[in-house]
Ligand binder design. Sequence first.
Ligand code: PHE
Length: 504
Amino acid sequence: MEENRGQWGSKIGFILAVVGSAVGLGNIWRYPYLLYSNGGGAFLVPYFIALFTAGIPLVILEYGFGHKFRGSGALSFARANKKFEWLGWWPSFSSFIILTYYTMILSWAMNFLTFSFGKTWGADTNSFFFNDFLQVSSGPFDIGGMRWAIFIGITVIWSFNWFISYKGVSGGIEKLNKILLPMLLGIMVIIVIKGVTLPGASVGLNRLFTPDWSKVKELDVWIDAYGQVFFSLSLAMGILITYSSYLPKKSDINNSAFMTAFANSGFEFLCAIGVFGILGFMATAQGVPIDEVASQSIGLAFVVFPKVFSLMGPIGTLFGVLFFVSLVFAGLTSSISLMEAFVSAVTDKTGSSRKKVVTITAIVGYLVSVMYATGAGLYFLDIIDAFINSFSIVVVGLLEAIVIGWVVGADKIRKHTNSVSIYRIGKWWEFMIKFVTPAILIYMVASNIINEFNNPYGGGSYPTSALILFGWGVVGAIIIFATLTSRAKWKDGTLEDIDNEEVA
Ligand code: PHE
C-alpha cells in the first residue's frame, strides 16, 4: 500500500509545494484590501495574533497528524479513529468543489493575459468584463449561453492539472512548484519594484500603512484576520495533512510549519505593497482619492487593474502580462494542491492506481467546471465560494481542533512532531489547539451563521432558492457525500498497514 503513495524528493520540495498551495489568489487580491480596509498598519496586530493563536498551531497540527498517520485526510482520520473518517472526507470533497471554480478563475486570467497585448478591454473595463467577456445572465437560474473563450481556458487548465497530477508527487507536483514558485516570486518582485516607483505610489502606500487603531476594537476585523489566516494557509482542506504524509519518516515538522507560514505572510505583504503602489498611481493619475480605486477580488484583477494598465501606456502591456501570469502561476500551484487532497483520499481508500484516479477526477471535474463557463457561472462561483468559506472551511477547522485535540490527543501529536523536529514545541501548543483555537472558531462559526440568517448572502440580489440550492445545498451535499464515502469499505489491510513505531 505504502508504495502506491508518493514521497517528496527533498524537504525543500515539500516546503515549496506547501507554500505554492498557500500562495494563491487570496494573497494577491484579498490580503492587500483587507489590510487597507481593516485599519492599515494596525491590522497587523490582529493578523499576527491570528497567525500565532490559530494559523501556525493548526499548521503544526495538520502536518503532525498527516505525518504520524501517513495518509490523506481520509486515511489519517480513519487510522486515528474510524468514527471520524467522515471528517477526513469532508475537506476532500470541498477541495474538489473549490477546484472546479478555481479553474474558471484561472481561465479568466488566461484570457485576460491575451487581452493584455492589445488592451482589448477598452475604456469601460467594468462593462467589458461583465457584459462583453462574461456575458453575465440575469440570475443564477438563467444559464445563458456557453462562453467559448472561457470554455477553452477551462479545457487548457484541466488538461494541465491532469498532466501534473498524473506525473505524481515528486515527478509532478514537486517539479511544478520548483519551477513556478521562484518564477512567481521573481515576477512579483518586478511588479512591486516597478509599482512603488510609479508617480503617486507613495499616496497608496501611505494610505495603506497609516494605522487606524480604532479598528482593532472592532470584532469584525478580528474575524477577518482569522478568516484570512485560515484561507491563506490552505488550512482545513486536507491539503497539509496529505502533503506532510509524503514526507520521509524523519522530517522536521515544527520548523517547516513556521517556515511555510512566514513565507506565506511575507508574500502577502509583498503583494500588498505592489497593489497599493499601483493603486496610488491610478488615484493620482485620475485625481481621485484612494478610496475610489481600492478594491479586491475579481473587481481588482479584472476591472481596476486593466484600467491601470491602459493608463500606463506602453509599459502597461508588460505590467498586464506579468500580472496575469502571476495570477495563473499562483492559481496553478494552489489548484494542484486541491486536486491532490481529493485524489490521494480516493487512491488511499480504493487502492486503485493513482493514474486511474487522477484521470477520472479530471474528467468529472472538467464536466462540472464547464457549467461555470455559462452566463450564470459568476453567480455559481459567488454563492458556492461564500458558503464554503464561511461554513465548510471554518467548521472543519473547528472539528479538526476538537477531534484531534481532545479525542486523538493533542499530546500525542505534540510528542510525535517533537520526536522528529529539532525545534521542540512546548505545552502552549496543546493549550492553543484544545482551548484557544476552538473558542475562536466557535465564535466565528456562530457569528457567520447568525449573520447569514439576518442578512442572507448577496444582500437580496439572490433568490432564497438559489442560496438554498447552491449555498446550503452544496455544503450539505459535501457532508452527505463525506458520510456515505466513509461507510464504504477500505481496500484490505490499508488501515492496519502502518508501522508507526512511536519514535519518541
Ligand atoms: N491559500 C490560497 C490563497 O491564499 C487559497 C486556497 C485555499 C487554495 C484552499 C487552495 C486551498 O489564495
